[in-house]
Design a binder for this molecule. Structure first.
Ligand SMILES: NC(=O)c1ccc[n+]([C@@H]2O[C@H](COP(=O)([O-])OP(=O)(O)OC[C@H]3O[C@@H](n4cnc5c(N)ncnc54)[C@H](OP(=O)(O)O)[C@@H]3O)[C@@H](O)[C@H]2O)c1
Length: 275
């Protein structure tokens, strides 16, 4: 059987259940505006924690702002073991746009805004959502380091980074996690994942289910039938077995899918089947 650790630490935060929750999908369509059914969105967030997810990933650009507000509405005052990771560095002038804004003045405001919306005195993990090609990376990391020194941020993570960019960031900051796209169909960040493994820092695969597409692959469907599991469970178990630093954050707006996905942690799959 593929046996993998069921928890992970982020710096000295832990144990974190290795199956987190990507909260982006509870906003309105196209991650824009409030959810169509607010009560349902709040139920999904609460159920994710009840089922064992104690790592939630969000960003100020989801909604924008709506996602962080929903998390606070659903779960504040927060359970002691809940770790909320948010991100800053992208802005949404309209639903179809995700523009980089890594200016220090913007990131300073973003951190303060996230603290307020999440009702937190300190954010456990604050991630630079993406590099702004117009701003030197060191300048964008400056406000994160300042906020860390001021006690507003516990740890710094990065997202959409190459190995070279990660190494450049590590020269100025202690980076505890990288969040890049990674799933059965898209392994373009394999080198980053391997590098995180060597460094012993967490790798958060975004689109862990390929936004649903990875669930339609013939091999995943065939294996799920053989195991009497769902394709999503197979895709998640594959990620969990791939590396002990992997912390998947599958997203859903469905309680039924959430329940299936969280059960993937207990799935017993033979290593040869996963390979
Ligand atoms: N850093 C970045 O740049 C970045 C970019 C994108 C996303 N993210 C993060 O990554 C997280 C996950 O990404 P994601 O939600 O976009 O993609 P995902 O987890 O790969 O896939 C979510 C999609 O799969 C469907 N799904 C989930 N569970 C399922 C199941 N058991 N059976 C069938 N379909 C299922 C969902 O539909 P239903 O709602 O119908 O279940 C949804 O359409 C986000 O929440 C966000 O936190 C980060």
């Amino acid at each position: 059987m593929a046996d993998f650790p069921t928890s992970i630490c982020l710096g000295d935060i832990g144990p974190i259940n290795r199956l987190g929750f990507g909260a982006m999908r509870v906003c309105g369509p196209s991650v824009w505006g409030p959810p169509k059914e607010r009560k349902h969105a709040l139920q999904v967030l609460r159920r994710a924690y009840e089922l064992g997810a104690n790592f939630f990933d969000t960003a100020d650009s989801y909604g924008p702002y709506v996602d962080e507000e929903l998390i606070a509405e659903a779960l504040y005052p927060y359970p002691k073991d809940l770790v909320i990771a948010t991100k800053g560095g992208l802005v949404r002038p309209k639903a179809s746009r995700w523009d980089e804004d890594g200016r220090p003045e913007h990131l300073r405001q973003s951190i303060d805004g996230s603290l307020k919306r999440l009702k937190l005195e300190r954010i456990d993990l604050y991630q630079l959502h993406a590099i702004d090609p117009k701003v030197p990376l060191e300048d964008s990391l400056g406000p994160l380091l300042d906020a860390q020194r001021a006690g507003k941020i516990r740890y710094i993570g990065v997202s959409n980074f190459s190995v070279a960019e990660l190494e450049r960031a590590r020269k100025v900051a202690n980076i505890v996690s990288v969040q890049n796209e990674y799933n059965l169909d898209n392994r373009s960040s394999e080198d980053v994942l391997m590098h995180c493994g060597k460094l012993g820092i967490a790798f958060l695969p975004w689109y862990p289910l390929g936004a649903g597409a990875a669930l339609r692959s013939q091999r995943v469907v065939a294996l799920s039938k053989k195991l009497k599991a769902t394709p999503a469970q197979v895709a998640i178990a594959w990620l969990l077995a791939k590396s002990p630093v992997m912390l998947p954050i599958p997203g859903t707006n469905s309680i039924q899918h959430l329940e299936q996905n969280m059960a993937a942690l207990a799935l017993q799959i033979k290593r040869e089947d996963l390979e």
